[in-house]
Design a protein. Structure first.
Length: 109
């Protein structure tokens, strides 16, 4: 973990990858929400619209990821790198669940 924190280029690359992943998740959520006939709104509300497809803890983690993305992009009050890395690590399994759900959802379309 110390290597990541000490290496600015690696740290910023990781933040950028997380940002892109979270933005793609938001875009997919919006597209799926629209396809399900639900009015598309903000990322948090769109995730709520996917409740029939995802467990509540997964939705909570994906919302948390979106909040972390906002912190990383806008650097509100600076970034606690250790906390950011720990948070990314904790939400990663929910990204995998979301990815599996999207694949299954697409098969059934």
């Amino acid at each position: 973990m110390g290597e990541l924190i000490g290496n600015r280029v690696l740290r910023k690359a990781l933040y950028k990858e997380f940002q892109e992943l979270t933005e793609a998740l938001g875009d997919l959520s919006a597209m799926m929400t629209k396809e399900e006939g639900i009015l598309v709104k903000d990322d948090y509300t769109n995730l709520e619209g996917l409740k029939p497809l995802l467990e509540p803890d997964v939705i909570a983690n994906l919302k948390r990821a979106n909040g972390l993305r906002n912190v990383l992009v806008h650097e509100y009050n600076g970034i606690d790198d250790l906390l950011a890395f720990e948070s990314m690590w904790e939400v990663l399994p929910s990204f995998r669940v979301f990815s599996s759900m999207v694949r299954e959802w697409l098969k059934n379309r």
